[in-house]
Design a protein around this ligand. Structure first.
Ligand code: FAQ
Length: 353
């Protein structure tokens, strides 16, 4: 999609933006100030910013960064679980897991499409991912060692994703907020299937219970890291919250997640691997132990257990899928030739005459 032009501000969907679009078009400085004022008023009023609305370049760049990272996480996140599709313990579990992994691909597609409304393209974003110039979530650089990891991912990773993403349904950028509504519904199903899987293992044999506990022990801390660095080290939070892209800080959401998980772990009959985890009556929240931020930074630098494997597999999948993209493009081109365009209305006239 072409970059938004000054003229396009007049096509804004919000009433206030329309007024500013009309106000714009005099002196360039005054026009810029007017557009910025409209944008800020729309954000303050909780109006949605839409693709054709004028927006500050930094707002656009922040959205592209976050949405691209989010989309990349969805498609890279298919890998750890896909590792278990051929080894699922029953046909029912296999069918559920295949549907879940397929859902993650769909989430990636909604998010790439939403990012494209900002004037970038899916090809450009994928090129940046493959070149290591855009990130994906730290969590997907950990291995899935046993079947119980599929349950732990559903319960903890999808659970953390929902906690983070429900507020994104109220993000100020319309296409991102709308994409998140459906994604959250599907993530909710994913979280429950993980919980149910872990419950079955926890109530199973001693060995199955131990397998579930081991998976929770390994996924707990990386799941807490998914929310990003602590607030005082979060470079983007303040501005993103002012723009209402983010509605809560990283630490607020992390705390919410811990408070949700504690009673669920008890119901599962599993423990969370944190000796400092306890209810704080005064705060009305759980205290929890220190997160190893050195590990988080190492994973972000590419030194996690599976960084190399994930990106190599992603590049390979992209190369091996080239023929599918070529075929789809050829098919689309064939069906948009001038002869096809003229043939279709004629046929329609005949059929309805
Ligand atoms: N991993 O200033 P902040 C899922 C980076 S989807 C990697 O706090 P921000 C579904 C950050 O980019 C999971 N990098 O950043 C699923 C920044 O880098 P920069 C993905 C991280 O953006 C389940 C720097 O650190 N969800 O799981 C991480 O304000 C199962 C400073 O951080 C989303 O993407 C991290 N964990 O807040 C799929 C949700 N955290 O620019 C398959 C949308 C931070 O300095 C299977 N994103 N960084 O180079 C967000 O809500 C935000 O982007 C945060 C980070 C909260 C992740």
């Amino acid at each position: 999609m072409a970059a938004v032009t000054a003229d396009q501000t007049t096509q804004s969907t919000s009433g206030t933006a329309k007024a500013a679009g009309r106000a714009a078009g005099t002196a360039p400085d005054a026009a810029d100030a007017a557009r910025l004022a409209v944008f800020e008023a729309a954000v303050a009023a909780d109006d949605r910013i839409e693709p054709r609305d004028w927006m500050p370049e930094a707002y656009r760049a922040t959205l592209v960064r976050q949405m691209a990272q989010h989309a990349h996480s969805e498609i890279i996140g298919m890998q750890p679980e896909a590792n278990w599709i051929t080894r699922a313990p029953s046909l029912r579990r296999k069918a559920i897991l295949m549907a879940k992994v397929q859902d993650e691909a769909g989430h990636g597609l909604y998010l790439y499409s939403a990012a494209e409304t900002l004037g970038t393209s899916r090809e450009e974003l994928l090129d940046k991912l493959h070149a290591g110039r855009q990130r994906y979530s730290s969590i997907f650089n950990y291995p899935t060692l046993t079947w119980a990891d599929v349950g732990a991912i559903g319960w903890l990773v999808d659970g953390a994703a929902i906690t983070n993403q429900v507020p994104l349904c109220r993000c100020s950028y319309g296409p991102y907020a709308r994409a998140m509504v459906r994604i959250c519904k599907e993530e909710s199903f994913h979280q429950r299937q993980g919980y149910e899987l872990l419950l079955a293992l926890s109530r199973g044999t001693e060995a199955q219970h131990a397998m579930a506990q081991d998976a929770v022990d390994r996924w707990w801390w990386p799941s807490l890291m998914m929310f990003g660095p602590p607030d005082d080290a979060s470079s983007h939070s303040e501005q993103s919250m002012a723009w209402k892209i983010k509605r809560h800080s990283n630490d607020e959401l992390r705390q919410r997640f811990v408070d949700i998980c504690v009673p669920q772990a008890e119901a599962l009959g599993l423990t969370l691997p944190d000796p400092d985890l306890r209810w704080n009556e005064e705060r009305g929240q759980h205290d929890f132990g220190a997160i190893d931020w050195t590990e988080f930074q190492e994973v972000l630098k590419g030194n996690g257990p599976c960084n190399e494997q994930r990106i190599t597999q992603r590049r390979r999948a992209h190369e091996e899928g080239a023929w599918v993209r070529d075929a789809a493009a050829a098919y689309a081109a064939k069906h948009t030739t001038p002869s096809t365009r003229t043939a279709q209305p004629a046929q329609h006239v005949e059929e309805t005459a």
